[in-house]
Design a protein around this ligand. Sequence first.
Ligand SMILES: O=C(O)C1=C[C@@H](OP(=O)(O)O)[C@@H](O)[C@H](O)C1
Ligand SMILES: C=C(OP(=O)(O)O)C(=O)O
Length: 436
Amino acid sequence: MNRLDWSSSRPRRPLHGSVRVPGDKSVSHRALMLAAIADGESRIRGFLEGEDTRATAAVLAQLGVRIETPSAGERVVHGVGLHGLRGSSQSLDCGNAGTGMRLLTGLLAGQAFDSSLIGDASLSKRPMRRVTDPLALMGARIDTRDGLPPLQVHGGQPLHGIRYELPVASAQVKSALLLAGLYGVGETEIIEPHPTRDYTERMLAAFGWPIAFEPGRAKLEGGHALRATDVNVPADFSSAAFFLVAASIVPGSELRLPAVGLNPRRTGLLHALRLMGADITIEHECASGGEPVGDLLVRHAPLHGVELPESLVPDMIDEFPALFIAASVAGGRTVIRGAAELRVKESDRIATMATGLRTLGAAIEETPDGAIIHGGQLGSGSVESHLDHRIAMSFALAGLVASGPVRIDDCSHVATSFPGFLELANGCGFALQSVS
Ligand SMILES: O=C(O)C1=C[C@@H](OP(=O)(O)O)[C@@H](O)[C@H](O)C1
Ligand SMILES: C=C(OP(=O)(O)O)C(=O)O
């Protein structure tokens, strides 16, 4: 990837218009994986053309799955059936994607062949024992580099179901275990400390696999088959989140975000922003492909600090970098607790946001599991993205209200989850430029 810095400045006018954000990353990864091991042909519409999801498609192609691209945002997957994947002598490169690597590890643990999973510099620092330990309890054999990628998955291990209480709320770990459970003898039951996004459960049911689930709990048995099915991917709430914050903080703004996925396990930021005084309404809410979807209408409103309820944390886990920006320009103090997971994302998101915001003159105290942010005026400065897409896009928001331009180093990783962010942002009024 070529290095690409951004400079974000105050817009000349309020933000206005309709912003159609790309497809959901979590749903796109899962749709590819389930379609790959289903019997028959599945069509995925609204597929996220991001680096992360394309990496997953490339891995599945390497494992013998034919995937066609009839048009951008569309994939036709020729499923090979539950036992039809073929091993690859080459490493499987998951790029920057924690979701890709962790879910594929669960899927590959049940195969007859060995696999080696690798990732980029950021993914190579992310903890993998959270999946390899419980997978070992199911009978899998996986070697790590001291708990980090690369992962060597030894195939041909008979798996059996387990009852497992997750120590951390993680949809990735839950999903990895459910995917391994498809290949296990007997029942796999997962219990979560707090409910997390349930796309794997909903999609397994849509592909015809018997599964019982409710918030915080999922149970299935091995030995069934997946039937190909078409998947409509909703727009990604996590991508819409940047525009929810942007319009909230720029005076006079009004943005519409059509057909955004509103799975309740994803919309924590909506509640957090409303608690802070934001003006966000949902229109045309309906169900699409088994998921709630609606238009979000957001208008500028003065924000004030809050003590963020810890119960919202898992439902907005990827939205904290954007929330940090909202809090740093809100009136008063915002307290975030119970969000230690932020330290093991694409970067340590508590540290990278705190460091960047301090560079811009904000008063922010880091705590082990969150931060205390004192709202005020942001200034000009140069901040580091740490090759983390969400950090880069969040500091683009800071530039909207800072007293001078905010320069953000190396934003090429934005394409992992949000290709076209710069163009869409400028289309509704941002003043965001590529600089080198
Ligand atoms: O399952 C998923 O698709 C995801 C789960 C979350 O990670 P954790 O499971 O680590 O919380 C989230 O941060 C990630 O962006 C996507
Ligand atoms: C944490 C994220 O993704 P992943 O874990 O898939 O890398 C994210 O998109 O913010």
